[in-house]
Every structure is written in C-alpha cells, then in structure tokens.
Ligand binder design. Sequence first.
Ligand code: NDP
Length: 324
Amino acid sequence: MPEIHHTDLLVVGAGPAGYTAAIYAARASLKPILVTGMQPGGQLTITTDVENYPGFATPVQGPWLMEQMRAQAEHVGTRLIYDLIVQADLKKGPGPDGYFRLVGDSGDEFRARTVVIATGAQARWLGLESEKRLQRGGVSACATCDGFFYRGKTVAVIGGGNTAVEEALYLTHHADKVHLIHRRDSLRAERILQERLFSNPKIEVHWNKAVEEVLGSGEPEVVCGIALKDTQTGAPSKLDVDGVFVAIGHTPNTGPFLHEVACDSDGYILTESGGTETSVKGVFAAGDIQDRIFRQAVTAAGTGCMAALEAERYLSGIPAMTKT
Ligand code: NDP
C-alpha cells in the first residue's frame, strides 16, 4: 500500500552530496528524508582505493567511505528510503499546503517543503565487456582519482574532448608515457589545451583509432593492453598499457527533473553562481548533477553542505546567501 511521507527537506540521491546535505539538515533538526535511488553510494561504489578524500592517512575503499557517510547520515537522524524518484512536480512551486510533490517507483508520495537534488552523473563508457570486467583492475573514468597509482607506468586515455586532454596532461605528472586514443583526426578540446597536449613529450596521440578490447592478464586480472582498430582502414593494432582512462563524457542523472528546473543543453541543472539554488525557489541542486568541471567527492560533499544550509535559510524565511 503506497504511503505518503512528509518532510521539511527531501534529499534525492545517495552520493557524497546527498549524504552531506542530509547530515547538515538532520543536525539542523529538519528531519530529512533521503531517497537513495538505484545505486546508493553513487560513483564511489565502483571505485576501489580513495586517497584524496581528506581525513584518512591511508587509502580507503570507495564503497566503505560511502557506507560511513550513510551510517553518519542515519546516526544524526536522516530517514533513508530505498526508492527511486520517477516523478517530480516542482516547476509550479509548492502546492497551497507549502509542499512539493514527488513520487517514487514504489508508488509512495513524498511531500517536501524543500528539495535537494543530488542525483549525480555517470561516466560514459565504451560499452565493451572487457572494459566493465576490468573496472577494478585498471580501467577508470577519473584520472584525478586514480592517476597516482600509475607512477612510472604507461597509460592510455580514450577521447578527444576537454576532459580527455586534461586527463592526459594530468597523467603525465605520474605516468612515464600517456597514449591518447581518438576515433577521429582532430580533437574537440579547446585550442590551448591542444597546444599543451602536442608539446608534451610524454604524450603520443593515436588518430583514427577505436578501442576494440581492453586486454587483461594475471589473477586477479589487471589491464595489460588495448586492442585497437583504425577507423579509416580497419587495420588492427595493439598497445601495451598498465591503465586505461575512459574520458568520453558524462551523463547527468537528471531524470524526472529535466523539465522541472532550468538545465543546460546537456541536462546539467543550472544553479546560482556561488550557491545551489535552482530556478525554482525551495529546490536546490548539489554535486555532479550541477558540476561538469570538478566532479570530486569532496566538492560534491561541499555543495551538499551548501544546499542544506541554503534550504535551512529558505525555510526560516531568511534571504539567500549574499553572492559576491
Ligand atoms: P565531450 O563530449 O566534449 O567529448 C567527448 C569526446 O569523447 C569526444 O572527442 C568524442 O569523440 C569522444 N567519444 C564520445 N563517445 C565515444 C565513443 N563511444 N568512443 C570513442 N570516443 C568517443 O566531453 P568532455 O567530457 O570532454 O567535455 C564535456 C563538456 O564539459 C564540454 O563542454 C567541455 O568543454 C566541458 N569541460 C570543460 C572543462 C574545463 O573548462 N576545464 C573540463 C572538462 C570538460 P568525437 O570528438 O569524435 O565526438
């Protein structure tokens, strides 16, 4: 039997942004409800060692870190509900009773005075079985997170946009050799990034190449190379690499919010400069759903905190934070 849940603050999404928003909201006595979505823990549940989240002297496991955030959110008074928001009525503002209405896949209805959207984004993958199989063995979508583990090694970056070029440049601080694999004969990345790329002696660009397979060896299996195919001639080739960074873009998990708050042309939610307010008063967005640049657990957590503080001010009738 579907239920109706009332709350002052509904958090949608269970990644670092969502959990942090819930922790701050709970400690402000807002009795938040957090609806977890399909992948509680978000992108950190598909990573292994996390070494750049402050507070831990030695690496921690991504799933463990998210479990700690969940436990902390519940400990301070968050109610977690394992459901997926499939409908959200936001754009007309709250109803006459002061509540926004959202509906879960279970049929449950959520009535919330404020909403924090923290549904995150997903890295786009090539779609190869071998790429998926080796995600814990050297295939990554985040050079900032995993580049450190390739000190003195050889890696490949797949893609031709800003992210791919930035990741390739970043990886030269760690790896001895970086192969950039692009399916066409020109890059999409900004000119200045291209200049830096071409002048870096550690980077070799492979034009007109598509990845056919990520190659693994050993037990547990780790990446040992990539099989390529020339997109013009069809000629096969192989490269020996220790790690593969897929940088072919991200997809924001905007789902039912797409036409309810203002989004950019790629579906990222637009927020006020320096804050988390969306185009709808009382609705805030935090984490990767509104950030296409930094995409780090710690920046997501930071904006989650901001969203809860802004929601608290909104509920108290205090004007939004002053932007400078
Ligand atoms: P983009 O969509 O700009 O680029 C994706 C790249 O991946 C393209 O070169 C594309 O090739 C390639 N690609 C896509 N699908 C496949 C596939 N299946 N197989 C092989 N290659 C594929 O994504 P980015 O993440 O680079 O950037 C997204 C947005 O974020 C852009 O607007 C970018 O400017 C912005 N950004 C800004 C940054 C900054 O300002 N510092 C940093 C990072 C991103 P093709 O070119 O052939 O389509």
